[in-house]
Design a protein around this ligand. Structure first.
Ligand code: DGT
Ligand code: CA
Ligand code: CA
Ligand code: ZN
Length: 586
């Protein structure tokens, strides 16, 4: 069972308890557990199996720890089963509709007799939902969109879940078959797509049969779809399909290329091969006349043989990358090793897990030269946002921690709410004391595009707002992005000297790839941030970098590739002078 699945169970419990009208601290305890587990980089499943003490995890008490053990050991939780029985069937699906939430779910159930998604759609259509007191046309319209979104989700899996399932799977495979010398994740996961159809693995080993049998016989496998030759396909109990192929090491290059795709990229590469009198398949390049097969140990030599630059997996989209590679126009894309700092991180002052000093130590250990501590602002009550008093204490602590840790710059920051009317959560007199201000939308996400656009641009016009956090507010597969004139926002970002964040949290990956590319083209400055709520999530820099690569970003497009000194010099500029150009000369 993955962390994501366990987290979902607790999310459901908290929702059902809220519908029951349970005490708020009980509800919050389950919500906190859910969030903690979802973000935890270590697999709770494995911790249970290894008899580790789960209550060591901050936010997990004895009661929840016992429930996790029961879940992992039996695959179900009697407490949830009983709780569910108190409600009509279907109500959980209903609660999952984004924007509905426990409160509205109870109302549509009790007041309109709605217990399924289909019935919900019917009351939206006939106007009876909008007629409920305090609901209105606007909310009903948003719920209509959410139903559509929920239905369009299809069976593709968000990347965060696919990655965590894949991590567990590859661990089990290596354990079960020590003869595996390489296990490489290919397909859409290697390209870093935001949703994944199925998981593709290439296994390099002397004993292919053993590896394929190991996969087919894993306890997590629900069904074997195909097994034989050099490949096996299975469906895991989580519903995710896995295709695995084995290959000898000397043919890895062509197999990797083939299995990474995407399909359209592969078609383009085949055409290129044909034009050279060759035919490309997963084993290598065949000379059409002689029938001789040329094999490749790595992808680099294969692309080279085709007379083109190596194409990084993240941009293998079957678009302009092949012609660019033929012309030698693929730029050197930004790499996580280029990133010198992080500009969005939370501590236990708001909703983070770790104390500030721990976060700063961890950032330093990762080799970062600077980090901004950006705890939530006062309006974010549920995230324990900082009052002005507490913000001042926070700033004082930043200075203390910076001195105590040493060797890393620590910036005073905030992640401040952009309120529904476009006003900001702190006054300018406070903001100007801060080094780095990330402004984010966390509420009223269903506003009309025109209102939302104005709201975000209003925040950008503030001279002390350094950056906009996770612009679209989407949670991949969970919450749809805000509707807004993104093009206008990107232009305003460039005009006002406001940086746009590429949020590297796997649940978000926000901006999305095409928005990154467009913002870059329009001259907006970009920064790759972790939004870390615990030390382990500092590795979101890696995800953010890969996301930026999908938008064809080079180091020069990303502000936090500047070293501490350069970044400090850039920060010292007036906002009106900040730009990609001035960053290059910082
Ligand atoms: P997904 O699974 O929908 O997220 O996307 P992919 O790209 O992982 O697609 P998948 O799993 O069907 O196949 C993995 C790769 O294998 C795909 O990106 C390209 C390659 N591939 C699959 N079928 C064909 C094919 O018929 N011809 C060629 N040339 N390549 C194929
Ligand atoms: Ca796939
Ligand atoms: Ca596949
Ligand atoms: Zn946020």
């Amino acid at each position: 069972m993955t962390n994501g699945e366990i987290a979902e169970v607790f999310e459901r419990i908290s929702g059902l308890l809220e519908m029951k009208g349970e005490k708020s601290f009980t509800i919050r305890a389950y919500q906190r557990a859910s969030r903690t587990i979802e973000r935890l980089p270590t697999e709770v499943d494995a911790m249970v199996r290894n008899d580790e003490d789960l209550t060591e995890i901050p936010g997990i008490g004895k009661a929840i720890s016992e429930k996790i053990s029961e879940l992992v050991n039996t695959g179900a939780l009697q407490y949830l089963v009983r709780l569910k029985d108190e409600f009509p069937p279907g109500i959980l699906d209903l609660m999952q509709i984004p924007g509905l939430g426990p409160k509205t779910t109870v109302r549509v159930w009790k007041e309109l007799g709605v217990t399924t998604v289909d019935q919900l759609e019917a009351v939206v259509d006939d106007g009876s939902l909008a007629a409920l007191p305090r609901l209105g046309k606007k909310s009903a319209e948003n719920i209509r969109k959410s139903i559509k979104f929920a239905r369009s989700k299809s069976d593709r899996v968000p990347i965060a879940r696919a990655m965590s399932v894949t991590r567990q799977l590859t661990n089990s495979l290596r354990e079960g078959c020590p003869g595996i010398s390489q296990l490489i994740v290919c397909g859409s996961l290697r390209r870093f797509e935001e949703t994944i159809g199925d998981v593709d693995l290439i296994c390099v080993t002397e004993d292919g049969d053993k590896a394929l049998n190991t996969l087919a016989e894993l306890p997590d496998v629900a069904d074997v779809l195909g097994h034989g030759g050099a490949k096996t396909s299975v469906v895991l109990k989580s519903g995710l399909q896995v295709d695995m192929r084995v290959t000898p090491a000397d043919q890895l290059g062509a197999m990797l290329q083939y299995f990474t795709g995407n399909l359209q990229h592969n078609v383009m590469l085949r055409d290129r091969a044909n034009s050279l009198g060759l035919s490309l398949n997963e084993y290598g390049l065949k000379d059409v006349e002689t029938g001789d097969l040329e094999t490749f140990v790595d992808e680099e030599s294969l692309y080279d043989r085709l007379g083109m630059q190596f194409v990084p997996p993240e941009i293998r989209m079957g678009e302009s990358e092949v012609s660019a590679a033929l012309a030698g126009n693929i730029p050197k894309l930004v790499d996580v090793s280029d990133l010198k700092g992080d500009l969005h991180a939370h501590t236990d002052w708001s909703d983070g897990r770790d104390p500030m000093e721990t976060m700063v130590e961890a950032a330093k250990a990762r080799g970062l030269e600077y980090i901004a501590m950006t705890d939530h602002s006062v309006g974010r009550g549920i995230a324990n946002g900082l009052s002005i008093e507490r913000l001042k204490g926070h700033m004082a602590l930043v200075r203390e921690v910076e001195a105590a840790v040493g060797g890393i710059r620590v910036f005073c920051g905030t992640e401040m709410d952009i309120r529904a009317d476009g006003s900001l959560d702190y006054a300018d007199e406070i903001l100007k004391e801060l080094d780095w201000v990330v402004a984010s939308v966390h509420s009223a996400m269903g506003q009309d595009a025109a209102v939302m656009t104005e709201r975000v641009i209003a925040a950008m016009k503030n001279p002390y707002v350094s950056a906009i956090g996770h612009l679209s507010t989407r949670l991949i597969g969970e919450r749809k992005p805000i509707e807004a004139d993104y093009e206008a926002i990107f232009r305003a970002a460039a005009d006002t000297g406001t940086v746009l964040e590429i949020n590297g949290s796997l649940e978000r990956l926000d901006l999305k790839d095409i928005h990154i590319a467009r913002a870059r083209e329009l001259g907006a400055m970009l920064v790759i941030s972790t939004d870390a709520h615990m030390t382990e999530s500092l590795r979101n820099l890696d995800h953010g970098a890969r996301q930026a690569r999908r938008g064809w970003c080079e180091a020069k497009h990303i502000l936090n590739t500047l070293d501490a000194k350069q970044f400090g010099a850039w920060l010292a500029m007036d906002k009106s002078e900040r730009s990609i150009k001035s960053a290059a000369h910082a």
